[in-house]
Design a protein around this ligand. Sequence first.
Ligand code: GDP
Length: 393
Amino acid sequence: MKLALIGFGQAGGKIVDKFVEYDRRTGSDIVRAAVAVNTAKADLMGLDNIPNDQRVLIGQSRVKGHGVGADNELGAEVAEEDIDEVQGAIDSIPVHEVDAFLVIAGLGGGTGSGGAPVLAKHLKRIYTEPVYGLGVLPGSDEGGIYTLNAARSFQTFVREVDNLMVFDNDAWRKTGESVSGGYDEINEEIVKRFGILFGAGEIDQGQEVAESVVDSSEIINTLAGGGVSTVGYASEEVEEAAGGGGLLSRLTGDKGDDDLDTAHTTNRITSLVRKAALGRLTLPCEIEGSERALLVMAGPPQHLNRKGIERGRKWLEEQTGSMEVRGGDYPVTGSGFVASVILLSGVTNVPRIKELQQVAIEAQENIDDIRQESQDNLDSLISDDEDELESLF
Ligand code: GDP
């Protein structure tokens, strides 16, 4: 499906930038427009693939292009004040050619954390197209203020979008490595998962001889109903031509071998579906209780079959307990991989969010205590003990 991507803040801008690169590299054709919004000029200048006229600097009168310094209340204020400048960039998007907006931001900082929910609210008021969010949670090593920002932004962002897809940096941190060291790899992971998911709805029927191609309406319906979503992924290398004498057996009409191939393909698909659902999700959670799900099997058409997808879909129904599990193909001729992408929408059993909120509450209390304490300390420093001195005015 065709998306208008809007990256808010540094993380948002970098992820959108990578999306554009992915789109060009793979020919997925999902990025219809790409906009980056920031309060920090240097961050906008660091982008490679977003056109200059689609980079919007906001809050210049307030912060002079230097960013809001992890103050997400200021981020939200500035976004509200300068929403017309953001709208100016969006005005140049042919919105009738767009299936949905996707607003992307890191929720732990200031600009994206505060601004993304403001923009989502604005877009929903103006356009009839769905407005989705992609929110990135901070690593737990980033500290209290980032966690507090993320918890407050998460709450607000979910309310303002048609669906909030979440990526948790913490779950993707390599042991012994700080998250920031691995952002490039993490961003690749984000773009791959969401690129395959949204790319699936972009295949024209008839472009490939596929049995059941995923349509963009299936993605939209899976995301409809709101709430929070997570995405699973698993892949396996395959030989490009139908392996194991498949072609030969077809030519000679050797039915036995063909059946074996089919069984092998089916088994591979079902195993990839399990790996994707039970492996690392973008937001780790219990998959049981998910309201809706979509299974996308991507790869060379000869390695996809309806039976495998149908089995995988049934298995997902059992695991999630959902009555709304959709599934289909995303044929990619010439790819050396078969990949399974699973969108779980409307997840509610997410211990990570509860933990984030708990840490945020503690951080908030600590911050209040420290502020109070330093105010008291300052008062006792500047006033003399007996109160004998008088201020000038
Ligand atoms: P902003 O510019 O004020 O919106 O803040 P940033 O986007 O720089 O940072 C917000 C949060 O996003 C940080 O706390 C990190 O958790 C995360 N973050 C920053 N850069 C990246 C990135 O390139 N990739 C990912 N996945 N997360 C990032």
